[in-house]
Every structure is written in C-alpha cells, then in structure tokens.
Design a protein around this ligand. Structure first.
Ligand code: ATP
Length: 336
C-alpha cells in the first residue's frame, strides 16, 4: 500500500513551508454524445511551493478543466500530478480529503460556492479537515474569527452569524478565502476569483491573495483571462492554448517580451487602460478559430490563426524550447 503510506505524509503537514505542484504531460478527454473531446493535451506546469503562477488563456482553452483535474474532480487519462512529492492520482480515502484541504479551489462566483441556507460559521465548519473537525465549538469559533480577521472582515463575530446574502460580493469572496484558510491550505486554485467583482473591489481581493501568500506562504494557481491582473499578482505566467501550455516565464518577461504568436496576440487584444475606446478585449485581432478538440490536431494547434504559419507548422507539432532564462515557448519560430 505504497500510495497510502505516501499519502499519509499529507496529513497534518501544515507547516507553513508550502508545497509544490508538478504536472507532467496531463491529458483529459471527455466523451459527449459519442464524440471524444481531447481537452487537456499534455499539460506540463509547475507551481513552486508558495509561488503565485497565473494561468491565462481564452475561454475554452481548458483552464477550469485543469483546475478540476488537479482537485481530482476529474481523473486524468494520462500523465502525472505530484503535490508535495506525492502522486495525486494515488491518494485515496481520508488522505484525499486531506489533499482537498491542502489544495483548495476559489471560484469565480463566491455566492454560488457558499451555501445560502447556512451561516458563515456553518459554512466554515463544513470545510474543516478531519483533524480540525473535532475541535470544541469555542476553539472553532476562535479559528474562524482569526481567519475572518486575517481577510479583513472585522469584527469577525459579526460575520459568523450572517448568511451569504447579507454580504457584498467582495465580502463573500473574502469569506471564501477565510473558509479555505481555516483548513490551512498550501495551494489555492483561484478560478477567475475577481472577474465578477466590481472593478473597485478587484484590486483589494488580489492584494489580499498576495498578502496571504507572503504571510502564510500559500501558493496560488491564478486562472484568468486578464493579463494585466496576471502580471500584477503572479511571479510567473503560463499561457494556455487548446489544452496545452504554449508559453511560460516570469510575469514581466512574458508580458514585455512575449515570444509565442498567440501570447503576442493576447497582449494586443487586451484592453488598454489608456484608451477609452477599447474597454473590452478586442477579439477582432484573432482571425480564424481555435482547433476542434474532437478532431486529431496534426501540427501546431495555433496554425489556423497564426500570422507566421508555414508548412512545418501544418505537419509537425512544436516542442517547448528555451527562449530566455526560465522562459519557454512552444513554437517552430524558436525551434530551429
Ligand atoms: N464535463 C465536461 N464534459 C464535456 N466537455 C467539457 C466538460 N468540461 C469542459 N468541457 C469542454 O472542455 C473545453 C474547455 O473548457 P474549460 O471550461 O476547461 O475552459 P476554460 O479555459 O476554463 O474556459 P472559461 O475561461 O470560459 O472558463 C470546452 O470546450 C468545454 O466545452
């Protein structure tokens, strides 16, 4: 029972040291109405212990599927996922619960993720890991209060008895963060956590995530469409296209010196805060469509939209190659 032995090292190992997530060649297929859709097509990605990595890409590129696969809500069809050195696919039973305490998800819509019929106290109590669920009510209230105070909800006692509908969107997202804190996570998979909040609140929630990262060494996989917020909050950015990471590097380098034609177009399409007329993502910059994931892709998945496409792109899939220090891109332009 090697997997049980390995997995038990997860239990209670909440030591503030953080833990790395390493994904190797992760594939996920869905079969829908008899059609096989290859949504994750060999994802390689590392979120270092206590690091913030942003995962950016268009709608449908597979970002949420990847997060759900990491959470073990989906089983990958192929590939390896290692968390804190433990193979995630082998974690079973109680250890899976512990894994899901240490790796938590923060969703786009905090209202949908908080049970509306429960008070904040009950919501927080339900997400406690087994080793904390046995605490006395007083101990739990102290833990919940300190978690709420840490996310800036003061005085915490006022919030414990409230229901989600009594809170603002920003407060609800803070409650969602406090709930995860009570379970001492090492990694939070934050799936568009600020996109439903008012612009004025977005920055405060991103700042809070960053502060929790610094104070508690919590790592984040920050999933977003928004390159500006990715650069603001993350040290590294990974760009996803059609179920693959096509570029990865430090946040500054990926934005300032993007190599992959897709990343370059994403940056061009991003809303420019200095230009009044382009408040939305400019999708007209992209010609063509992303590939049909129900069909086998021969060559580069970006060939149908790429301004630099050549014959090699139509026949040979590009490899990920070094394009700078700690900066990689999957494009034939650099694989000569
Ligand atoms: N359970 C499922 N069954 C079948 N297909 C699915 C399932 N979940 C996701 N997909 C398909 O996988 C593809 C990727 O979806 P996913 O939600 O992961 O993308 P995304 O990058 O997170 O998009 P968004 O930014 O809009 O959330 C889509 O084509 C979607 O229809």
């Amino acid at each position: 029972m090697i997997e049980q032995t390995q997995a038990t090292t997860l239990v209670g190992s909440t030591d503030g040291k953080g833990a790395a997530l390493v994904l190797k060649d992760v594939h996920k297929r869905f079969v829908q109405r008899g059609r096989d859709s290859h949504v994750l097509r060999g994802v390689n990605l590392t979120v270092g212990a206590g690091k913030i990595v942003a995962l950016v890409g268009e709608s449908g590129s597979g970002k949420s599927t990847l997060a759900r696969t990491i959470m073990r809500l989906y089983r990958p069809d192929k590939g390896k996922m290692l968390f804190d050195g433990v193979e995630v696919g082998r974690i079973r039973g109680r250890s899976l619960k512990d894994y899901r305490s240490q790796v938590q998800m923060l969703f786009q819509d905090p209202f949908a993720s908080l049970n509306p019929t429960h008070t904040i106290r009950t919501i927080m109590a339900h997400s406690l890991p087994a080793n904390r669920a046995r605490m006395s009510r007083r101990e739990k209230d102290e833990l919940f209060a300190s978690s709420l105070a840490r996310v800036g909800l003061n005085p915490p006692s006022n919030f414990l008895a409230q229901f989600p509908h009594e809170l603002s969107g920003g407060q609800r997202q803070r409650v969602a963060l406090a709930r995860s804190l009570a379970a001492q996570p090492k990694l939070v998979l934050a799936d568009e956590p600020v996109s439903m909040l008012d612009v004025s609140l977005r920055l405060s929630v991103l700042n809070l995530m960053q502060r929790l990262n610094e104070e508690l060494n919590i790592g984040y996989l920050y999933i977003t469409h928004d390159l500006a917020s990715a650069r603001y909050v993350a040290t590294r950015i990974a760009v996803m296209y059609a179920g693959e990471i096509v570029e990865e590097g430090t946040a500054d380098e990926v934005i300032e010196d993007a190599k992959h034609p897709y990343t370059q177009l994403l940056i061009q399409a991003a809303p420019d805060p200095n230009r009044q007329t382009r408040a939305m993502v400019d999708t007209t910059i992209f010609r063509g469509e992303p590939p049909n994931l129900t069909q086998k892709i021969v060559g580069c998945p970006f060939q149908f939209r790429c301004p630099h496409v050549n014959n090699r792109c139509r026949t040979e899939a590009p490899n990920m190659v070094e394009v700078g220090e700690g900066h990689k891109a999957k494009c034939h332009l650099f694989d000569v």
